[in-house]
Design a protein around this ligand. Structure first.
Ligand code: PEP
Ligand code: MN
Length: 685
C-alpha cells in the first residue's frame, strides 16, 4: 500500500525543474555581471554602488510583495547575490580568476577556521590545499617557512572578543593581511549515539566553544566541560572514543563529518555569533582602487599629550572611517600600548597613502598590515518607513536579517540624539562648581557602600583633601546574591548627603528602581545606573524625566552601541545630562574581575558628545591594578574616574579586594596630576 499521495513524485519533479531554473537564472545573471565588469574595467568608478544596490533591493522586494512572497526572504537572497556579483567584479579587476594556493589554518579538518578558509577561496575562485595546525603560531610558522601561501586565522568574535594571540603574531612577524572573511558560528552538541542529555558525563570543546555555551552547560550539572584544542578535534576525539557518555560542542558540519549524532542545535548563549578571520600572507598585495577596501595598521603613539587622538584625527580629517580600534600592551614597556586600527580605505588610493604618511609623522611607529577587499559589505539601513503588511516576519527572522545586514554596525541608527553628529562641542555637565565633560577631569571617590556615618564622613574628608570632586557611596546595592549586604537604603542616603554637605562635595549613588527615582533626585546630585540595570528601559525613561545628571554604567556584556542606545533612552525623554561610565566588561579573561575596555573611551568620544568616565575599581576588581588603569584612562581621554576608597579596605562591604586604602588613593592622585589628559576639544571627527 502506498503511503504517499500518488502524485508526490510528479510534484517533486516539478520542484526540481523550478530549482534548476533558478540556477540557470543565476548563471544568466553571472553573464550579465561579467559584461558589466568589462565595461567598468575601462572606467574609474568603484564597483560598489550602494545607491544602486538599495534600488535593486527595493524593487525586488516590491515584486515579492505583489506576489505574496516574504519580502525578507527575497531581500536576504538578493543580498547574497549582490555580494557575489561585487566579488565577481573584484575578481575580474584583480585578474585572479582561478589558481591554486596552499592554506594553513588552526584546528582539525571541519573546524570553523577550515570552513572560513573554504569560503574565502570559493569567493576568489581559487582552489586550495588546506592544512590544519594545532596552534595559531604553528599555522603562521608554516606561512613564514614557505610551506603555505596563505594562513586564515580568526581575529575577533562578536561574543568572545579579540583573539590576542593573532594580534601578537601580526606584531611580531613579517605577516600581512590580504583578505578577510566572516563566519556565523552555530554551535551544536553531538555524541556517538542519540542518548538523553542527562546520560552525558563529559563535554569536549575549544575553550571558546565552552565559553560561548556557558549557560547551556550550566543546565547540565552532571557534565564536566573539558577544554580541547579545537572544536572539530573535539568532535573527532568523541568519535574515536566511541563512548556514548562523551559529547562535543562544535559545528553541525563537523559533527556530520565525524559521523556523530546532533543532540541539540543552537546552544550558544548569544544568538548572533560571528567570527571574523584575517587572511595572512608573507607579502602585502595591491588591490584595485575600485574595490571597496579596508586597511589595517599597527600604531604606537608618541609619549605626548593626546598622541592617539591626534592620529585618529588624521584619519577622520581625511574622510577615513575607522571600523576597529584595539589596544594591546606594548611588550616590555609597562603601561604603554600599541593600537591595531582598521579603517575603510586603500593604500593604493593617493588620499589614503597621504593620510598614512601624515600618520607616520604623528605616531612613534606604524606597520601597515595591508589593504584588502572588505568582506562585510555595508548595506545601510533604508530610511524611514515600517515594513509593509505582507512583510510580517518573526522577531527571530528580523534579528537574523539585521545581523546579516551589519554584523558590526558603524553608525547605528539606534541613537541619534547622543551621537557626535548631533552636537559638535561635547556636552559639559555642571554640578555646583564642578564641570564634567569638555577639558575638565573629575574624580569621584568613596566607598562601594555607605556603612556608617563615621565611615562615610571620614572617607569624604580624606578624598576631598586629596583632590576628589565628587563623593560616591552606594545605599541601594545591586548584589549578585540576595543574601549579600543590600545597603542601608534611605537612611544611608541621608548619611551620604550629610557627609557631602560637610565636605562640600556633590554625591553620586545608585538608583535601582523606577519608584526610587523621584525621591532620590531630591537628595542625590548624580544618580548612578548600575551595570546590571543598563538596559532597564523603564528606569532609564524615568531618569529621563528628572533634571538630575545620570551616571550610566556600561552593562556587563553590552556593546558600545547598546550602551549609547541606553543613554538615548534617557536623553530622548528630555534629560540631556548623561555621563557614561566604562566599568569593564565580561570576556574570557579571568585574571581581572572584568576586562576594562579603555578603547571604549576613544570610541565613545568619537561616536558621542556625552562625557565618559572610567571606573577602574570594578574594571579590574583588584586594588593594586586600580591606579595604573586610572592613569591610563586619563591618558586615553576619559573625562574622569570613579574610584572605590575605604578607610579599612579589608572590611569593605562589599569591595574588599578592589577598594583603595587612603594611602593608595593619595598616591594615585599624586601621580594622576602629572598625566596629561586629552587636548581641548578632541577628537573632532
Ligand atoms: C558600584 O559602583 O558599586 C557598582 C555596583 O558598580 P557596577 O554596577 O558597575 O557593578
Ligand atoms: Mn562596588
Amino acid at each position: 500500500m502506498s503511503e504517499q499521495p500518488p502524485d508526490i513524485a510528479g510534484l517533486r519533479q516539478s520542484l526540481d525543474e523550478v530549482d534548476s531554473g533558478i540556477v540557470r537564472l543565476i548563471a544568466q545573471r553571472h553573464e550579465v555581471i561579467a559584461a558589466i565588469a568589462k565595461v567598468k574595467e575601462r572606467g574609474a568608478a568603484g564597483i560598489q554602488d550602494t545607491e544602486r544596490e538599495r534600488r535593486v533591493l527595493d524593487s525586488v522586494e516590491a515584486v515579492a510583495r505583489d506576489l505574496g512572497v516574504s519580502a525578507s526572504l527575497v531581500r536576504r537572497i538578493f543580498r547574497e547575490l549582490i555580494s557575489d556579483s561585487v566579488a565577481q567584479q573584484a575578481r575580474h579587476l584583480t585578474g585572479d580568476e582561478g589558481g591554486y594556493v596552499r592554506v594553513a589554518f588552526q584546528g582539525a579538518p571541519h573546524a570553523y577556521s577550515h570552513a572560513a578558509a573554504q569560503k574565502y577561496l570559493a569567493g576568489r575562485g581559487l582552489d586550495g590545499d588546506l592544512t590544519g595546525f594545532r596552534t595559531f603560531r604553528e599555522a603562521a610558522g608554516a606561512l613564514l617557512a614557505g610551506d603555505a601561501d596563505l594562513a586564515v586565522l580568526p581575529i575577533e568574535n562578536t561574543t568572545a572578543g579579540s583573539i590576542n594571540e593573532v594580534y601578537a603574531l601580526l606584531r611580531e612577524h613579517p605577516l600581512f593581511i590580504v583578505g578577510e572573511e566572516t563566519w556565523k558560528v552555530d554551535h551544536c552538541l553531538a555524541a556517538t549515539s542519540d542518548v538523553p542529555l542527562s546520560s552525558l558525563s563529559q563535554i569536549l570543546s575549544h575553550p571558546q566553544g565552552l565559553e560561548q555555551c556557558a549557560q547551556f552547560l550550566q543546565s547540565l550539572p552532571q557534565v564536566a566541560p573539558t577544554s580541547y584544542f579545537d572544536t572539530a578535534g573535539a568532535m573527532q576525539a568523541v568519535a574515536d572514543s566511541d563512548d556514548p557518555r562523551i559529547g562535543a560542542i562544535g559545528s553541525p558540519e563537523a559533527a556530520a563529518a565525524y559521523g556523530l549524532v546532533v543532540l541539540r542545535r543552537d546552544i550558544a548563549d548569544a544568538e548572533n555569533n560571528y567570527t571574523r578571520f584575517v587572511v595572512l600572507s608573507p607579502a602585502a598585495t595591491a588591490v584595485d582602487v575600485r574595490i571597496p577596501c579596508k586597511t589595517s595598521l599597527i600604531l604606537a603613539t608618541r609619549h605626548e599629550e593626546g598622541a592617539l587622538l591626534r592620529c585618529l584625527e588624521v584619519l577622520s580629517g581625511s574622510g577615513h572611517s575607522m571600523t576597529k580600534l584595539e589596544s594591546r600592551p606594548r611588550p616590555g614597556r609597562p603601561w604603554e600600548y600599541v593600537f591595531f586600527l582598521d579603517f575603510e580605505g586603500n593604500i593604493a588610493d593617493p588620499r589614503t597613502a597621504a593620510a598614512i604618511d601624515e600618520l607616520r609623522s604623528a605616531a612613534l611607529y606604524i606597520k601597515v598590515l595591508g589593504s584588502y577587499p572588505a568582506k562585510a559589505l555595508r548595506h545601510r539601513a533604508r530610511p524611514g518607513g515600517l515594513p509593509g503588511p505582507q512583510d510580517a516576519e518573526s522577531p527571530a527572522e528580523t534579528l537574523e536579517a539585521v545581523a546579516a545586514e551589519e554584523p558590526a554596525p558603524r553608525r547605528s541608527r539606534q541613537y541619534k540624539l547622543v551621537s557626535r553628529a548631533a552636537r559638535q562641542p561635547g556636552t559639559v555637565i555642571r554640578i555646583g562648581d564642578t564641570l564634567i565633560g569638555g577639558d575638565g577631569f573629575v574624580v569621584m571617590a568613596g566607598p562601594c557602600s555607605v556603612e556608617s556615618g563615621e565611615q562615610i564622613s571620614a572617607t569624604a574628608r580624606f578624598v576631598r583633601d586629596h583632590g576628589a570632586h565628587v563623593l560616591r557611596g552606594g545605599v541601594f546595592r545591586p548584589r549578585t546574591s540576595p543574601h549579600s549586604f543590600q545597603g542601608l537604603g534611605w537612611e544611608g542616603l541621608d548619611l551620604l548627603v550629610a557627609a557631602g554637605r560637610e565636605t562640600g562635595l556633590p554625591v553620586v549613588t545608585e538608583v535601582m528602581a523606577v519608584d526610587q527615582v523621584q525621591r532620590m533626585a531630591k537628595a542625590a546630585d548624580i544618580m548612578q545606573v548600575g551595570a546590571r540595570n543598563m538596559q532597564n528601559f523603564d528606569l532609564l525613561r524615568e531618569l529621563g524625566k528628572v533634571d538630575r545628571p545620570v551616571l550610566l554604567k556600561r552593562g556587563l556584556s553590552s556593546t558600545i552601541d547598546e550602551w549609547l542606545a541606553a543613554a538615548e533612552y534617557v536623553v530622548a525623554q528630555g534629560n540631556q545630562q548623561v555621563i557614561l561610565c566604562e566599568r569593564g566588561i565580561r570576556t574570557f579573561e579571568s585574571a581581572t574581575r572584568n576586562t576594562l575596555d579603555l578603547s571604549a573611551v576613544v570610541v565613545v568620544r568619537e561616536r558621542s558628545h556625552l562625557p565618559v568616565v572610567v571606573d577602574p575599581s570594578h574594571g579590574t576588581g583588584t586594588a593594586r591594578y586600580v591606579a595604573p588603569m586610572a592613569w591610563a584612562a586619563r591618558a586615553a581621554g576619559a573625562h574622569g574616574l570613579l574610584i572605590e576608597v575605604h578607610p579599612q579596605p579589608a572590611e569593605a562591604l562589599p569591595g574588599a579586594e578592589q577598594s583603595l586604602s587612603f594611602e593608595d588613593f593619595a598616591a594615585l592622585m599624586q601621580r594622576l596630576a602629572t598625566i596629561p589628559g586629552a587636548p581641548a576639544g578632541s577628537p573632532q571627527p
